[in-house]
Design a protein around this ligand. Structure first.
Ligand code: PMV
Length: 328
């Protein structure tokens, strides 16, 4: 194994889960409790450059032009330890990472971040991983990063251990025109991390076993919808799945929610659009931002409708994005 003698750069896009991952079987290895499925988004991505250097006495992490403190860079350094162990090296690394999100408004995600870090750090360390193994590596940083190795529709197979829990592509270049209108409804309150939220759900929600059963069925339904290019089935099932996940936060002890007043207003507006005959569906992750799944032809109309309530900069239209790219 030879470490790269120059910096390696990787670019990975974020993804939105249509069938969510919510709960771990193994907290250390990040093995999920269920299969999940997502669409990679073209507008939001992370670009990360890594070089392992003998002269460094500690890892240096520069995030959006700012050097991170030791505590802020802990997750990245733990991830780098894992890469060093895999590659059998002990040099420290310089990591320069930048999030490309149209506004600085909380749509950046650990998915694109850890996927890009997995790509750049592994190649910089001299590991030449195939995409399946890259997805396994990204998983160690953040569960949702597992799927960001691939473009378009991607699934994360639960598996039962490190070797069998990885993502695979379902349709990397969908020929049907799917769009996502992302509403930036920034959280003022402190967010409960997905790690804490998941643990609460697994340990305290009486609905957890029902969630597992329902999400496995949703996974099969969304896969079929993708195969048949059935937008209604895909959208309806994704919306139901998202609300089933959020029912776990409401039924955890202590209970909590990621919704804010704007999220609820936005969800009602999506239903109003449906009554007007526009086919669109909402989904939400571990924060108040609402993403609206729609067909490309309707995206402009939906964007205008939401801009009139939430403002110009709060509404962003994205489409299917590509998988990870890594420089040589
Ligand atoms: O990857 P994490 O630990 O940030 O968890 C992601 C959880 C959700 O975004 C809510 C669902 C998902 O599958 O991406």
């Amino acid at each position: 194994m030879v470490i790269a003698d120059h910096p390696i750069t990787a670019k990975a896009h974020t993804n939105i889960a249509l069938v969510k991952y919510w709960g771990k079987l193994d907290n250390q290895l990040i093995i999920p409790q269920n299969d999940s499925l997502s669409l990679t988004l073209d507008e939001f991505y992370t670009q990360t450059t890594v070089q392992f250097l003998p002269e460094l006495s500690a890892d240096e992490v520069i995030f959006d032009n700012e050097r991170l403190s030791e505590s802020a860079s802990k997750r990245v350094r733990t991830f780098l330890d894992h890469v060093r162990q895999l590659a059998g090296i002990n040099f420290h690394a310089r990591v320069i990472t930048k999030n490309f999100v149209p506004t600085a408004a909380g749509l950046a995600s650990s998915a694109s971040g850890f996927a890009a870090l997995a790509g750049a750090a592994s190649r910089a360390a001299g590991l030449n991983l195939n995409r399946r193994d890259l997805s396994r590596l990204a998983r160690r940083g953040s569960g949702s990063a597992t799927r960001s190795i691939f473009g378009g529709f991607a699934a994360w197979q639960q598996g039962q251990d490190d070797a069998t829990s990885y993502a695979y592509p379902i349709d990397e270049q969908p020929t049907w025109d799917i769009a996502v209108v992302a509403l930036v409804l920034n959280a003022k309150q402190k967010k409960i991390s997905s790690r804490v939220g998941m643990r609460l759900a697994v340990e305290t929600s009486p609905f957890y076993s029902a969630w597992i059963k329902a999400s496995q069925a949703d996974f099969e339904t969304v896969k079929t919808a993708i195969q048949n290019e059935d937008f209604e089935l895909l959208g309806h099932t994704s919306e139901q799945n998202a609300m089933r996940m959020h029912a776990l936060t409401l039924s955890s002890d202590p209970n909590f929610t990621y919704f804010n007043a704007d999220s609820i207003q936005a969800m009602n507006m999506v239903k109003e659009l449906r009554l007007q005959g526009i086919s669109c569906y909402f989904t939400m992750d571990a924060g108040p931002n609402v993403k609206i799944i729609c067909q490309g032809a309707d995206a402009e109309r939906i964007r205008c409708y939401f801009q009139s309530s939430f403002g110009q900069d709060q509404v962003l239209v994205t489409r299917s994005g590509t998988g990870i790219s890594i420089s040589n």
